[in-house]
Write a protein that binds this ligand. Sequence first.
Ligand SMILES: [Zn+2]
Length: 250
Amino acid sequence: MSSLTDKQIKRYNRNILLRDFGVDGQQKLLNSKVLIVGAGGLGSPVAFYLAAAGIGTLGIVDSDEVDLSNLQRQIMHSTQDLGKAKVQSAVETIQALNGDVKVVPYNVPLNEDNANEIINDYQLVVDATDNFSTRQTINRACMKQSKPFIYGGVLAMQGQAMSIIPGQGPCFSCVFRNEPPDNAPTTSTDGILGAMAGAIGSIQVAEAVKILLDIGTPLVGRILTIDLMNMYTDQIEVKADVNCPVCGNG
Ligand SMILES: [Zn+2]
């Protein structure tokens, strides 16, 4: 007996048909709680696709407001949302898409003081931030709570992603130890194609769904890189570091 309603069976039909998915997989997603840190270029496709897939609870952390310069890539927000808190705009967009999803907005920056408490309510975290120190904060909290998180980064027409599952491979800090220099390029200096964020955000969603359902092979110990300008993809093998200050003995 399925506990899904007839409408849910219809809405999620194309999920349910997927190999290793089924009604049980859909039920599992509807019972899942995922936190997205960032409601911008990556957070938009991540939140949209996770909501469409029927993730039951989506927490979204962002303290920014919607700016005209965001709309070229942050597809969760529209012209009518200018000046609104991004999390408010996100709640409205997601609710219009799928009423099955409970959205919990956090209109704050994620930091060392609140990360553990916020992440505590979720089983998986998607990194949709654009800065190194917040990623380190997510990494520390997720390692401490033994929760997976999906890293994604985009700049110009290049992007990369990796899944971090505690105990199964390197953490973020094993691979990215040092703060980038102050003059390192950012999307404010080098730009970002909206579709680049869409590509990496979509990969993060696929990883999140696979990890929640324990299906397929997650992107653990491998950094996937995509170069849209020349249309190359690559994978770089990375290993856990026994001297890592977060997950090792360092
Ligand atoms: Zn580590």
